[in-house]
Design a protein around this ligand. Sequence first.
Ligand SMILES: Cc1cc2nc3c(=O)[nH]c(=O)nc-3n(C[C@H](O)[C@H](O)[C@H](O)COP(=O)(O)OP(=O)(O)OC[C@H]3O[C@@H](n4cnc5c(N)ncnc54)[C@H](O)[C@@H]3O)c2cc1C
Length: 489
Amino acid sequence: MAGLTVAALLAADGRRVLVVEAHDTPGGYAHTFAMGAYRFCAQVHYIFGCGEGETVHEVLRRLDLADSVRFHRLDPEGFDHVVIGGERFRIPNGLEKFRDRLIRRFPDAVTPLRGYFDAVAAIGRELDRLPPRLGWRELMTAPLRLPHLLRYRTWTLQRLYDHLRMPQRLQAVLAGQAGDYLLPPAEVSLLLHVALVRGYDRGAYYPERHFQHLVGSIADRVRGGAGCQLLLSTPIERIMVDGDRVVGVRAHDGRTFTASRYVSNVDPRRTAAMMNRHRLPGGWGRRLQYAYSSGNLTLYLGVSGIDLRDHGFGSHNVWHYPHDDLNAIYRRQLVDLNFDEPWLFMSTPTLHTDAPGLCPPGHQILELATSAPHAHFRHLRETDRRRYNAEKKRLRDRMLAIVEERYVPGLRGHLEMRVMGTPVTNERFCAAPEGNAYGAALTPASVGLGRVPAETPYRNLWLANATAGYPSVAGTVRAGFDLYRKLAG
Ligand SMILES: Cc1cc2nc3c(=O)[nH]c(=O)nc-3n(C[C@H](O)[C@H](O)[C@H](O)COP(=O)(O)OP(=O)(O)OC[C@H]3O[C@@H](n4cnc5c(N)ncnc54)[C@H](O)[C@@H]3O)c2cc1C
């Protein structure tokens, strides 16, 4: 999304832009693929930043798309439902409303709850004031202007919980959206958690005509630009450099492309690897030593003969947790490779909008996701394809069994389509190293000043993506927009 954003904005300014994309369709994780009569968005389920004046809306407005690419807002009284050990909590828009609901349900926890929501508000106010780039002046005055960001910059969410003596059940509820950064409370940066929670708090959105229309509309702005082109199925293999400048890129089919300026939407470390150099200049190599976020399993389902609204689904997502120790749940899956009781994210795009396009009339789509380690699946796929497929089937069956037991009895009798993606699928179709879901892991070490910058040691090469920027559609559109302003300014 970051690459398409910067390309479309530059094309709209009348610049000549060439986008070279490896896949046969644009959008990366936000692309839509077809399976029989069904269409599935590869990974994106709901987004923030679409309200008037917010990043996604502002970019669409500049592209003259704000009237044609419109959004439905997920239920403001509960856009995310968190179900822990069978107990359901609805997350509404309005953090004060959410706080008061929880205080009514957990009157003994009024002090930690107030402490948590006060910290979120204080950090959030300072995040809103943060300039896109911190110069010396901002850093010098930070203790006065940004005291909470400074205080909490190395904290995890768990550290805040421990500090406030947050009861275990509430720890799980408040981190119920943890799959949006794929880290448990013990590892996620508190600042990142706050940014995510506040992003969706302002509004959780789904495109009225699905993600294929959002992505396709932006891609068409590139295609429609004078002298602009969007080439598909053209993976770039090599970036040629001369001194401190990029002088061309070479594609898999041997073609080379040259330009005066280059933007890479590819993972930063992979971008550097394409230069084929032993040593990277300017300490860049050290900046690129980040750990990747975890991979994930996604199960795409086409359903007929039932209405998922009769089973607790609707204009919201459902986050399922078997119990309230999220740290243990994540560890079991990612370290012990134990998927007996995984957490599950469940999303129903066909209940977010009435627009046709994803499935035959009367059918619905249900998507399930959970975290999974890349190395395990890569090893199986490379050494024994049959075991890889058997493992996929085993986990798929376990996920379906949980949904049948807890949410939709007899679901398997209504499935017209079932397709499972693993971290290896992410690597194959979206070129995500190690199948990472969200770029560099969102721990305190790589959030804030530790983030990879858009600038590179090469004078005419910039980065824009989930790692040189922040993940999510809103985060990567913002990375593309910020870079556009640098390049156009
Ligand atoms: C399971 C999961 C669920 C998610 N859910 C949500 C959600 O609900 N809401 C949300 O906002 N975000 C969600 N995200 C995150 C979001 O999808 C990503 O952060 C965002 O789409 C990443 O955008 P990007 O610009 O970094 O590029 P990517 O999406 O990574 O795209 C990179 C592009 O570069 C291309 N490419 C790579 N290498 C080459 C090469 N050598 N040559 C040419 N082209 C190349 C790829 O084919 C791809 O098109 C989710 C992610 C995952 C994995």
